[in-house]
Design a protein around this ligand. Structure first.
Ligand code: NAD
Ligand code: UDP
Ligand code: UDP
Length: 324
């Protein structure tokens, strides 16, 4: 039995946040879920609302927040390129002002604080696979920079608060993660391909589809996150979190078509600017320090995710007012 803690999850109604809230409640903790609902639906946490240990707070992390907590998971930030490029200035503010406010809160309360950093800190990497010691290859002023540089600045803030104020930090670099409760319209590749395949629409591959990504199923990722938070205080990261299985985007498209039994054709569209050509985490650090590694294959994870999106589409058919 874990000691009951009061835990703040920022971005808690988002894709990863909602799964994390659920896991923490299962462990017996009190969860304060904070979100401004910029890139997620409140529906993601409706099923938790009856739990007396769960509280939902509408708040924007770019503004100060005064609450009493023992732990903070800072996940607030739009994660899909479409969402984070929609209002790039707000994305930077969320990354930077949000980090400062949450670090200020951690400093005042003495809370341990986890930062959801990203593989995007490596940019379009010229080292493969990516280890934590690699400094990255990021365009500081391209269309992805609001997110990439915002997250890099957040890492810098976390390590500065640690050095200067001895804050107990945990910085995790998350690689592409997918699963139920991804927003169906957020433009990320897994949700796009599944929705297109289920609707019988053409699958949109950007570029020639030879670029690679490594996809981690959400349950594995959440497992890694809570283990990291519980690890010894001197292990602060940065630590890669992801599944080292690497696939081309074309392979992903073919697998989704196969698993959905879809008649969709494949359309090739222009590659967006600064799109990384390859990405695969070296997870030696997580393996050795946390004894963690992913257990769910892409095929298994996609099957579960397809079932979720399929159910959403069925619900929409019976309730056309439902926005997907
Ligand atoms: P998501 O968009 O589903 O969740 C982000 C949540 O943050 C949303 O609920 C959104 O409304 C909220 N939010 C955005 N700006 C906010 C603000 N200013 N104040 C309060 N709430 C705000 O995305 P996700 O995939 O769940 O990502 C969660 C975190 O993990 C993000 O920080 C993201 O950068 C990081 N991450 C995710 C992935 C991935 O593959 N899913 C990869 C790397 C990093
Ligand atoms: N902050 C917050 N909640 C708190 C404590 C601080 O939101 O419980 C904010 C505060 O508004 C400040 C930021 O966190 O702008 C950084 O706090 P810190 O103590 O590092 O800086 P200072 O207040 O000295 O500028
Ligand atoms: N992608 C694609 N078709 C889509 C959406 C994305 O081919 O409909 C590509 C995109 O260009 C990128 C990869 O899939 O090379 C992953 O894109 P995503 O937006 O999911 O994440 P990120 O680029 O941030 O890793």
């Amino acid at each position: 039995m874990h000691l009951r803690k009061r835990i703040l999850v920022t971005g808690g109604s988002g894709f990863l946040g909602s799964h994390l809230c659920e896991r923490l409640l299962t462990q017996g903790h009190e969860v304060l879920c904070l979100d401004n609902f910029f890139s997620s639906a409140r529906e993601n946490v409706y099923h938790l609302m009856d739990n007396k240990r769960f509280e939902l707070l509408r708040h924007d992390v770019t503004f100060p927040l005064f609450v009493e907590v023992d732990e903070i998971y800072n996940l607030a930030c739009p994660a899909s390129p479409i969402h984070y490029q929609h209002d790039p200035v707000q994305t930077i503010k969320t990354c930077v002002h949000g980090a400062i406010n949450m670090l200020g809160l951690a400093k005042r309360t003495g809370a341990r604080i986890f930062q959801a950093s990203t593989s995007e800190v490596y940019g379009d990497p010229d080292q493969h696979p990516q280890t934590e010691s690699y400094w990255g290859h990021v365009n500081p002023n391209g269309i992805r920079s609001c997110y990439d540089e915002g997250k890099r600045c957040a890492e810098s803030l976390f390590f500065s608060y640690h050095r200067q104020h001895k804050l107990p930090i945990k910085v995790g670099r998350i690689f592409n993660t997918y699963g139920p409760r991804m927003h169906p319209n957020d433009g990320r590749v897994v949700s796009n391909f599944i929705m297109q395949a289920l609707r019988g629409q053409p699958i949109t591959i950007y570029g020639d589809g030879s670029q690679t990504r490594s996809f981690c199923y959400v349950d594995d990722l959440i497992d890694c996150m809570v283990r990291f938070m519980a690890s010894p205080a001197d292990f602060i990261g940065p630590m890669n979190m992801g599944n080292p299985g690497e696939f081309t985007i074309r392979q992903l498209a073919e697998l989704v078509v196969e698993l959905t039994n879809s008649s969709s054709s494949i359309n090739f569209e222009p590659l967006p600017g600064d799109d990384p050509k390859q990405r695969r985490p070296d997870i030696t650090l997580a393996r050795t320090r946390l004894g963690w590694e992913p257990t769910i294959t892409l095929r298994e994870g996609l099957t579960k995710t397809i079932a979720y999106f399929d159910a959403q589409l069925t619900r929409q058919k019976s309730d056309p007012a439902l926005q997907l």
